[in-house]
Design a protein around this ligand. Structure first.
Ligand SMILES: [Fe+2]
Ligand SMILES: [Fe+2]
Length: 385
């Protein structure tokens, strides 16, 4: 995630903490109390600085989780729960802040919110806000989910992406991987895939746009890899290791400057050399973080090695990359092709399969690709060709 997006998320979390305190304190004390006004003021100034002069900031609430755009917010858990509950009791699924927001607007928002009755709709809430002159805060219900995607799977996907975001952010600040957090995500995804892989695979290929590309990509590769590996072995321990390998295959990219990663046009020779270091950087970091034998560093090191040993890095002593590296090479390409990237729009799953099929034997292992194609066609109801 770009640093400005991360900063936007962090500031939003701060603003929502202030808003929650303001609501709690206003109920317990009074609107004239300094604590209530201070928190309303901090909330307003934080939101003003995020929104700027012409933007808008929309928070949505989905089953108790607060989202900024599609990114789940990790406001301290009780704060998130209380705030989403307070909004949910008023039927609010979407909260939009606009330029010019003042401390008085926040206070009026809370004041009006307290007078909303159970029978009132979000529209009633909105009209009441307008009546007291608040035009910088709008309440409403969320727009429909993209293309009839299964809600539970979308929710799980977004949660997983948020967890990856948190884990990778800690990695950047602490310099090491939180193995326990990665295990938690791997377990969540493995259990979900074993329960119903079809819904999840529809979500992985149905949500092309995501402002959190690196994290979304890690989750997509992980889910696709678990699903593909499960066609050969149902062993949950093995599948969790595959899940971890998918989540962390590109962890070395955290060292690549964002202006290179997100460059829309062709890379210079030097920039390309920097990108090509991500397998080595990732594997080194993983070797230092994971104790005991693991396929995870190997997959990170080899996932851009092709079936015919072209690609990068060069393997000196091996005649073939490891089977799980070859598996992730397939899921990695497919996940990337079916997502919008800074330099290329997404292609349909059927088109990605067609492109990849032309590279079987050179880029991709024929057996692994055949199994993958069958899995995707069956899961997404794509007729065979
Ligand atoms: Fe990669
Ligand atoms: Fe990748």
């Amino acid at each position: 995630m770009e640093s400005d997006v991360r900063e936007r998320v962090r500031r939003t979390e701060v603003a929502l903490r202030n808003l929650n305190v303001c609501i709690r304190m206003a109920s317990a004390l009074s609107f004239s109390h300094e604590l209530v006004k201070d928190n309303a003021g901090c909330c307003a100034s934080e939101l003003r600085s995020i929104v700027g002069d012409s933007g808008a900031l929309t928070i949505s609430i989905d089953r108790g989780t607060l989202f900024l755009d599609a990114v789940p917010l990790f406001v301290a858990q009780d704060v998130g729960t209380k705030l989403s509950q307070w909004l949910g009791e008023r039927g609010v699924e979407k909260l939009t802040f606009r330029p010019g927001l003042s401390e008085e607007d926040i206070l009026n928002f809370v004041r009006v919110g307290m007078t909303v009755r159970a029978s009132d709709t979000p529209e009633d809430f909105g009209h009441a806000l307008q009546r007291v002159g608040v035009s910088t805060i709008a309440v409403g219900t969320t727009t429909p989910k993209p293309a009839e995607l299964p809600e539970d799977a979308v929710h799980l996907y977004r949660l997983a992406v948020g967890m990856v975001r948190e884990t990778f952010s800690r990695l950047v600040s602490l310099g090491k991987i939180d193995v326990v957090a990665v295990d938690r995500i791997a377990t969540l995804l493995t259990d979900a895939v074993l329960q119903d892989h079809r819904d999840l695979l529809r979500v992985m290929t149905g949500l092309q746009q995501f402002d959190d590309y690196t994290y979304a990509h890690s989750v997509k590769v992980s889910v696709l890899s678990i699903a593909l590996a499960s066609t050969a072995s149902p062993d949950p321990l093995l599948l969790k290791e595959v899940a971890r390998a998918g989540l962390l295959h590109d962890v070395g990219k955290l060292k690549v400057p964002l202006q290179i990663l997100n460059k829309p046009a062709g890379l210079s020779h030097e920039e390309w050399q920097i990108i090509k270091l991500h397998p080595l950087n990732g594997a080194t970091l993983l070797e230092q973080s994971i104790s005991g034998p693991s396929m995870v560093p190997i997959v990170a090191f080899e996932h851009h090695v092709q079936y015919d040993l072209a690609g990068y890095p060069r393997l000196r002593k091996k005649t073939r990359a490891s089977p799980y590296s070859l598996l992730v090479a397939v899921t990695d390409s497919f996940a990337a092709m079916t997502s919008d990237r800074p330099y290329k729009p997404a292609v349909a799953p059927s088109e990605a399969l067609m492109i990849m099929r032309s590279l079987v034997g050179s880029c991709y292992d024929p057996t692994i690709f055949r199994r993958f194609e069958q899995l995707i066609r069956a899961s997404l109801n794509i007729p065979g060709s």
